[in-house]
Design a binder for this molecule. Sequence first.
Ligand code: ZN
Length: 139
Amino acid sequence: MKSYRKELWFNVPARREFINITYQVEECLRESRIKEGLALVNAMHITASVFINDDESGLHHDYDKWLEKLAPHEPISQYRHNRTGEDNGDAHLKSQVMGREVVVAITDGKLDFGTWEQIFYGEFDGRRRKRVLVKIIGE
Ligand code: ZN
């Protein structure tokens, strides 16, 4: 069995953003030379997410509005977590809702997606360097 590991780095200038990372994961898959197996892609931070959905700007706007309704950033005093001196209590909750990781099947050297499926990095507490892990195993 072959095994491949890579870290993708991001430094999002805004507090929140969704970034399509499908192409970067496909690059990893090419580098790995794995044709049949599984790819795991996970955020290495507890204030970010990796998820699969449609690359449609209206949907991303809807996610952001929905997450802000569920866990508004302000007022920061509403989160007990922020008593630690941080201001990212909302980002931890948003990360939980959107999920830490995705697993994608690899078939014939390609990510075996359903129609419209794309992989996204969800940043909820940006403006600093953060990582995503890509781990691919197979033959
Ligand atoms: Zn925190």
